[in-house]
Design a protein around this ligand. Sequence first.
Ligand SMILES: Nc1ncnc2c1ncn2[C@@H]1O[C@H](COP(=O)(O)OP(=O)(O)OP(=O)(O)O)[C@@H](O)[C@H]1O
Length: 796
Amino acid sequence: MALTPTPEQSDARDVFATGRDLALVAGAGTGKTATLVLMAATTRQRGLYVAFNKAIADEADTRFGGNVRCRTAHSLAYQAVGSRYQERLRSQTHLPASQTARKLGITRDLRVGTHLVKINHQARLVMGMIRRFCYSIDKHVMARHLEPVTGLDGDGQDYLARTLLPYATRAWEDIRSDRGTLRFEHDHYLKMWALTNPVLPGDFIMLDEAQDTNPVLEEIFLKQSAQRICVGDPAQQIYGWRDARDVMTGFPAKTLHLTESFRFGPRIAEEANRWLRHAESPLKLTGRGPRESRIGAVSNPDVVLCRGNADAMQEVMAYLDQGVSVALTGGGDTIRRVASAAEELKAGRRTSHPELFLFTSWGEVQDYVENDKAGQDLKSIVKLVDKYGPEEVLRAVDRLSAEGDAKVVVSTAHKAKGREWATVRIGPGFDAPSVDDDGLQRGINTAEARLIYVAVTRARLVLDLEGVSWINEYEKGSATRTTPLAALSLTGQLRRPDSPIARFMADHLPTTADLLRDYHKHLATLPHPVQPIDVRYPDWSGIGHTIDYRLRLSFGGHLGPAVSLGVNLLAGTDQLRGAPPASSRRALSVVGEELLATIDAHLTGSTAQDSNTLTRLCYVAASFEDIYRTGQVRRYSMLSGRDARTTLAELVASVPPYVVEDVRAQLALADQPLAGLRALPPSTKVCGPVFAGSDDVPADADYILGGLLLDCKSTKDPHRLGRDELHQLAGYLLLDYDNHYAIDRVGLYLSRQGGLIVWSVEDFLTKLGARAPLALLRARLRTHLRQELRAQGPRQ
Ligand SMILES: Nc1ncnc2c1ncn2[C@@H]1O[C@H](COP(=O)(O)OP(=O)(O)OP(=O)(O)O)[C@@H](O)[C@H]1O
């Protein structure tokens, strides 16, 4: 039966028919596929619908007309590249780790601290690096593609990653080669295909579940010149921890919303909206489904949705105890593997479990998870195995029923994505946020709120909120906890759609699509970003500050006020979280002063420093700035744990060599594009400018160089810059209320690519949809912010 489209669905169809790119934000149950089918039916052009998995692609195939092909990324890659490797895919399904190791030339166990990583595990980890590389947008295998190895500390992981990197490079060469003999996997041809910059077949491309897209597909999709439609719900992004990317947010196109849910009625929609608010989503659903749908206790739900695998297994065991047949979505393999590993370790044998292979006894595993270093899921499974004993857990896994035969289904919220049931109970694991060191209740993490939103929106008729019943108490207390938005910095406020400046931008500079298109066009002409290859966890933030400072110095400017403010915070006596005892804290502030004096002496030419030493000094300076920005000495800061004898020389010497090397590469790229700006007269170059409006919104920009307001971005993922970064530039421009800096151009400098992208102020504002000239916009912003500040009362 044909559906009568809602006004939102008709709008989506009409915008699609204009041939423009489109981001369709579709809340849970709002008829996403029905809308895509409606859109595609307006044209005879050829379309491609890219689905999350094969089951969805097959189901969609039955609904679209003949002009749309429904595929997964893997099937597209197979057709283009993978089919050539058909024989290898078939013949190499099982290559034992020992043979992989031999082919790679791994011949010895590797000692890492007190642990021994056996040959076979090294081989497995190398192939894991290749897998993670295949899903990344990187062009080479790098140390950071090593998966986290449970049981190793940071240094151990670093060492292991560096040692395995040459094998991983060799493995990728083998896999790519026609004569390769290593096991060939589906992810391999996906990556090979991606590296060919493929053009997707179709006049329009629809990317489904775009809020959780793997980076390799994201990059391909964003490069297409066909009409692009991304569909999904950013509030349902739940695979960020697996590096999935939200392509919807910041997609340079018109954004439309589907908010009428046909799955449930008003009461469940209200509950969904509560979690959307905690997820900081602007979406608000209306329940157009069964009116009788309600919130309440359910004694026999169709499904129980839990947080983690162990929480789900706990529910399974409780049902089995009551003699109720139960299914576990995705099966019990994860649990079975840990329980079997526990049996092996308890019997004094080693295990090949990928997370537990470094341990020699179950007691070691227990100690390890107790000490809080392990991931939450592993910790909970270990506790579950301890509570029931491995044999009983294994027996329970054996008694699981298939979904069709079970009286109740138990699932994690992750595995329930895209599904629905008549009656749903929210099960264990979704705990209330904890309390911080000062006894204050922490806020709900937005990622957690998204997961709970996914869980509560699976219900059609009855939703039992048992596992999240803490939310009412939490909300009662939250009124006293919220930080006034106006106290956040410009970038912090822009991330909050309800902040005064974000609302101003939405009203006065409403469109970013044109500028983003310019930006992406320019990006396509730039080389791949330089980056550290053999470091597992590069300190991106520290390096970002370092290159910014180095550029400031090259313009003849100082490091900027934030570094001195950080030094001052250490010199003072106010409470500072993470700071060392008083005498060490004083010593660090003296080191900070010495650092600033050294930089001053360099600038005046009295004691010039060589380039590498300057980089090291700047990297140390970044940790002082971090104290100012975060109000604490963070655990990972190079200033943490220092004593009263710490010297500047010691800090400078401890700067990792990769930082020096990486900054050197970025500086080399800057020579040519920034030469003209460096040559400007000193009086026209300002580094770290603050504005007349910085009292209303705390903001200091990077540079103003001869009227060009420039922001340096040292990101390795430049295509992810979006609306917030453009609004950040616009924010600086407008906060210069009194036109003090006479800014006539604005731009971004991408330091890992040597890319300088500049707009005239007029072009910039027009493309952002401004309807008033700059002077008027500034005056309006000032009035708006001051009214908001007055309404909020005095700032703390
Ligand atoms: N305009 C409409 N009027 C009435 N029912 C609609 C309308 N649009 C969609 N529906 C119903 O909503 C339900 C979900 O639609 P559809 O299968 O297209 O969504 P989906 O792709 O599964 O995604 P989601 O349910 O997450 O939106 C279907 O039962 C469909 O018939």
